[in-house]
Write a protein that binds this ligand. Structure first.
Ligand code: GDP
Ligand code: MG
Length: 162
């Protein structure tokens, strides 16, 4: 059985970009406009000889309105299907209230959650990561999905137990 990795996070953090990077396909829509990927997308991926399934979600708060519904239903379904959850945040935007809400929801789950800080290209990684330590997910994974930077190392780390 291939392990399943779900990509979750608020709109625009780079989930679809990471999905494309991992699947090397154009299957997931990548755009500046949040909300273009409306459904879950499944991709076959292989990193350093390890095969896995990756699920892209349309993000959180795109189909559900209101501050009390930060996690869209499709993200919940993707998480249920997954062994590993990658919680993506945006290093350039910094920690946002939506990230904090999503973190609260994810902490309540009995799933392995890895915090992935995307868009570390062209900025000081240490400074960019500092903010996110307070979310309390332990080790942070700094990546630049659009450049592929840090992606292989991050995937190897999260897949190590599988
Ligand atoms: P999603 O809504 O979470 O799926 O985010 P997208 O993958 O659609 O990306 C949103 C925007 O962030 C797009 O303009 C991407 O090109 C940009 N983006 C994604 N990854 C990176 C990255 O590593 N570095 C930078 N600078 N921009 C990125
Ligand atoms: Mg997307």
């Amino acid at each position: 059985m291939k392990p399943v990795i779900a990509l979750v996070g608020r709109p625009n953090v780079g989930k679809s970009t990471l999905f494309n990077q991992l699947t090397k396909s154009r299957d997931a829509l990548v755009a500046d406009l949040p909300g273009l990927t409306r459904d879950r997308k499944y991709g076959d991926a292989c990193v350093e000889g390890k095969s896995f399934i990756v699920i892209d979600t349309g993000g959180i708060g795109e189909s559900e309105q209101g501050i009390d519904a930060p996690m869209a239903e499709q993200s919940r379904l993707a998480i249920e299907e997954a062994e590993i959850v990658l919680f993506l945040v945006d290093a350039r935007a910094g920690l946002t209230p939506a990230d904090i809400q999503i973190a609260t929801e994810l902490r309540a789950l009995s799933k392995q959650v890895h915090l992935v800080v995307n868009k570390i290209d062209g900025i000081q990684e240490e400074v960019a990561l500092a903010d996110f330590h307070r979310l309390g997910f332990g080790e942070l994974h700094g990546i630049a999905a659009s450049h592929g930077r840090g992606v292989t190392q991050m995937i190897e780390t999260v897949l190590a137990p599988f």
